[in-house]
Write a protein that binds this ligand. Structure first.
Ligand code: TNX
Length: 564
């Protein structure tokens, strides 16, 4: 082992590493856990000792039972609650210090999240030793670490294709490995409704068995959802449910015909176009539906956020759309949660100038008269089935609807203080986001050309879409969240999320081969300080990570950008 082993093995790269000289035998440890762990209220089961075993044993460290009396041959691995842990003078709640020395290992942190992060770092050090043929031989080191951003997520679409609890637990484990802490679940869309809503039983009764291309559907029961949240919380991950409104609602209007103007349920939809379905703010049935659904979701959700979608509503006047944004924020807030939404909720629309101008002309509005934005995005109107998309038929900017907002210089933002906006489409200008920030909105950066992990790596890639371009590993790595929206104060940025939409993804291997290796790049953008990030270092570390993926049977894409 060399002095540089730790730096070569930790992803996302940590804040500071002090390499030691000796090699410590950690093949067999006994884990010493503190009596009281701040931040672990809901997480007694599994406890930290069994989580340590879960994390470390596959990496070649055996967790021995604590001896009842007498000395133990196992080396101590102490988890210690310590306010002084982490980088110097840090008050970051997730900070930790990992020390590996002749005496054994110590993970020190003020709270449970940091203890888990330290164990994950140790797992990577042990995994590298194991891959080098020296299991348990970890080089002495001190790592002081903390995340750059508090929101480090993945949003996963389980509506286009359903991924059930077993797959979701595997995704949670993967997020944990890269110290990510939010799992967004895109639970509803045109093709299927994936969460049982007790007050609206027809949603899953009628709309859960469909999926893109006629593939198998499914849904999470109330109990599945509760168990998943517990599993995630034990691993430091908060589930953020997304009910996509007021567009992307064909599964809802199929289950409840009362939500359509003629009262008739819409047909099941198995294609992959976006933007055609919608709710109607004026219908007397609409608000009670929103209150039932969002209220139930808020009650069933353990975390602080409920995401109400808001994206790609291509066939609705701006005023009505903004009415939905206000109503959804009000319902979520009065249900005791913080609203999250896609960027359109800021009143930005999204679109390219050309389509905007064409749409304005068609609507008889001179482009000079209004600051217009169009909706344009997603897979595009030319693609109607996953098969055609897999073959590469994608173009952004299919359907267009004119949204003519008030004068952006004077209009108030529709976004409430605290609402978390997910920024995804760089074709929108900054104006509406700067106003939203002024109103107190928070931002999570999910720029499609960097973090949409359903984009193909290359034109030849068999899976995925490419409306936002081809997204190779380096594209997911080489960007900075603070620069994503021009003019936005860095103080308004809460973090970063990857997104994976599943129009073309059916199996766990499909999903994981799109996540890996790119998810690790997004995780590093969210965790590591800007000046500590380096592509050459990252691509070398990714080759080390691959040993763990192979060991765990996780599919990944062997991009030529890495020397595997
Ligand atoms: C855009 S980004 C969408 C999704 C599609 C995705 C495909 C956003 C909020 N909506 O409906 O699945 O593109 O890449």
């Amino acid at each position: 082992m060399t002095d540089n082993d730790a730096a070569a093995a930790i992803t996302p790269a940590p804040v500071r590493i002090e390499p030691g000289r000796e090699v410590v035998d950690l093949a067999r440890v006994r884990v010493i856990v503190p009596d009281v762990v701040p931040g672990g209220d809901d997480c007694d089961d599994p406890g930290l000792r069994s989580l340590a075993a879960e994390l470390l044993e596959p990496a070649g460290i055996t967790v021995a039972d604590a001896p009842r009396n007498g000395p133990s041959p196992a080396v101590p691995l102490e988890l210690s609650v310590d306010d002084d842990a982490g980088p110097e003078a840090s008050s970051n709640p997730e900070r930790y210090t990992l020390t590996v020395s002749a005496g054994g290992g110590v993970v020190a942190a003020p709270a449970r999240s940091g203890l888990l992060h330290g164990l994950r770092t140790l797992r990577q050090l042990a995994g590298a030793a194991q891959a080098a043929g020296r299991p348990g031989e970890v080089a002495a080191v001190v790592v002081h670490d903390e995340p750059r951003y508090p929101w480090r997520g993945l949003s996963l679409d389980i509506a286009r294709h359903f991924f059930g609890p077993g797959h979701l637990r595997a995704v949670v484990d993967l997020l944990g490995q890269y110290k990510m802490n939010r799992l967004g679940l895109h639970l509803t869309d045109d093709q299927g409704w994936r969460l049982e809503i007790p007050s609206r039983p027809e949603l899953v009764a009628r709309s859960s068995q469909s999926a893109v291309n006629g593939d198998e559907g499914g849904y999470l029961s109330v109990d599945d959802y509760a168990r998943l949240q517990e599993y995630a919380a034990a691993r430091g991950i908060v589930v953020v449910p997304e009910i996509d409104l007021p567009g992307h609602v064909n599964a809802a209007t199929h289950a409840y015909g009362e939500l359509t103007p003629d009262g008739r349920p819409t047909d099941t939809y198995e294609g992959i176009e976006v933007g055609f379905s919608r709710l109607y703010l004026d219908l007397p049935t609409t608000e009670p539906f929103l209150r039932d659904v969002l209220g139930d979701v808020a009650r069933m959700t353990h975390g602080d956020w409920v995401h109400f979608g808001g994206d790609e509503v291509h066939r609705m006047p701006a005023e009505e759309y903004l009415g939905f944004v206000e109503l959804c924020q009000e319902i979520v807030t009065s249900s005791g949660k913080t609203p999250a939404a896609w960027q359109e909720a800021a009143g930005s629309g999204h679109g390219d100038a050309e389509t905007a101008a064409a749409a304005l002309a068609a609507a008889g509005v001179g482009a000079a008269d209004a600051t217009a934005t169009t909706t344009a995005g997603g897979p595009g109107s030319s693609a109607t089935a996953a098969g055609s998309v897999a073959n590469g038929a994608t173009a952004s900017g299919g359907t267009t609807t004119v949204v003519v907002p008030d004068d952006p210089r004077t209009a108030a933002s529709p976004v409430r203080a605290g609402t978390v906006l997910h920024y995804w489409d760089s074709r929108a200008g900054s104006e509406a986001f700067l106003r939203a920030a002024e109103a107190g909105a928070r931002f999570v950066m999910t720029p499609a050309d960097r973090t949409y992990l359903d984009m193909k790596y290359t034109p030849e890639h068999p899976l995925g879409l490419h409306w936002a371009g081809f997204v190779e590993l380096r594209d997911s790595y080489d960007w900075d969240p603070a620069d994503a929206i021009e003019g936005l104060s860095p103080e308004a940025v809460d973090g970063v999320s990857a997104c994976v939409w599943t129009e073309t993804l059916v199996t766990r291997d499909d999903l994981f081969s799109m996540l890996l290796p790119r998810l690790a790049a997004v995780a590093e953008a969210a965790w590591t300080p800007r000046d500590a990030r380096d592509w050459e270092s990252f691509r070398a570390r990714i080759a080390v990570e691959a040993a763990a993926w192979r060991r765990d049977g996780a599919a990944y894409h062997p991009t030529p950008q890495v020397d595997w």
